[in-house]
Design a protein around this ligand. Structure first.
Ligand code: SAM
Length: 327
């Protein structure tokens, strides 16, 4: 079992399979000139499988595949087939922009990979296309509908962006009213590849909640797992729920159970920290599982207590883009 230096059990791995994405969300990265990793610097599928297995042996039982956009990797399903059978791994989930998932929906269901987070920052097509800088709205909406109809456990991630999508907050709740879906509203963070710097946000989770209750006063807070980053609510008369994720306010660090590994092998123990070791280099160098395990134990044993502590410690943390961290 992995226990960090603040006595938090670490059992959740967010594993990025690529840093490439087919969208260009303006709050995540600049439109051009992104420094994507060279292909040979990315983990291969065999390496991703091996790293996952080692981490599962150490106590990870929940693994989320992220990116970049995971489905831009043509070999992604090979990894997912292996993970879905991995002993000790109870939950394999995916975070996706839902542009390329369509051909894989049936197989995902067969593999039992049913927890899918879909990023959707607008319900109105022009707003979506302005934010993502790509014309993929119809495909995303179609795939989202297929996932919901197919019985997947779908959560929508909606990043609340000042001057961009506030007008879509009420409509997305209206649109999802009759579906068993959780719409989670996240605070914007400055991980955008340096394209926009800020040290405060106007739309924090309290203001988002105030905005939601201005239209839906009849809400009830519902219980959430202890390690959940989202504060969840039900609106009277709605089938699904909504959640608020204080990703910039960082109210949830005390119960954080996460570890991140990027597609190039960097281990990140807090979203607001810099990488502390690189597993790809170990795999391609001495190739010692024991050394990887030691490095993980070392990383977990020196985590910042909170995202604020990490931010204060590491300079230039906001130069990076969420597309390389994995969200
Ligand atoms: N491509 C996949 C997707 O769209 O969900 C997975 C990777 S994406 C980097 C993971 C999540 O990070 C998405 O929900 C995205 O909206 C979120 N994200 C990206 N940049 C962000 C930022 N600056 N602040 C908050 N969330 C961000």
């Amino acid at each position: 079992m992995l226990i960090d230096n603040h006595n938090r059990k670490i059992n959740y791995l967010r594993l990025a399979v690529t840093d490439r994405c087919n969208l260009r969300c303006n709050y995540c990265m600049p439109s051009e000139g992104i420094d994507f990793a060279k292909k040979d610097k990315l983990f291969t599928i065999a390496e991703l499988t091996k790293v996952s297995r080692i981490l599962v042996e150490q106590g990870i039982d929940k693994l989320r595949i992220t990116g970049g956009e995971p489905f831009v990797r043509k070999d992604l399903m090979i990894l997912l087939r292996g993970l879905s059978k991995m002993e000790g791994l109870n939950d394999v989930s995916i975070t996706t922009n839902a542009t390329l998932i369509g051909p894989h929906i049936d197989e995902l269901k067969e593999l039992g990979i049913t927890n899918i987070n879909v990023s959707l920052d607008a319900i109105e097509k022009t707003t979506f296309e302005r934010i993502t800088r790509r014309n993929q709205y119809d495909t995303v909406y179609d795939n989202l509908t297929r996932l919901i109809a197919g019985g997947f456990n779908v959560r929508i991630n909606f990043i609340v962006l000042e001057n961009q999508n506030i007008q879509d907050i009420h409509p997305i709740l209206d649109a999802m009213k009759n579906y068993d879906v959780s719409v989670r509203f996240l605070e914007e963070m400055p991980f955008n590849g340096g394209s926009k710097k800020f040290s405060a946000i106007k739309w924090d989770y309290k203001r988002i909640l105030g905005h939601i209750t201005s239209k839906y006063p009849d809400i009830e807070e519902i219980s959430s797992p202890k390690t959940s980053t989202s504060i969840n609510y039900k609106i009277k008369g709605h089938v699904g729920t909504f959640g608020l994720i204080p990703s910039f306010s960082r109210t949830f660090c005390g119960s954080c159970n996460r570890l991140r590994i990027t597609a190039t092998g960097d281990v990140i123990t807090c979203l607001y920290a810099r990488p502390c070791t690189n597993l790809r280099d170990i795999l391609r160098g001495e190739n010692s599982e024991e050394r990887i395990k030691q490095q993980i134990i070392k990383a977990v044993g020196s985590r910042a207590a909170t995202g604020f502590e990490a931010q204060a410690k590491y300079e230039r943390v906001f130069d990076s883009s969420m597309t390389s961290i994995g969200g």
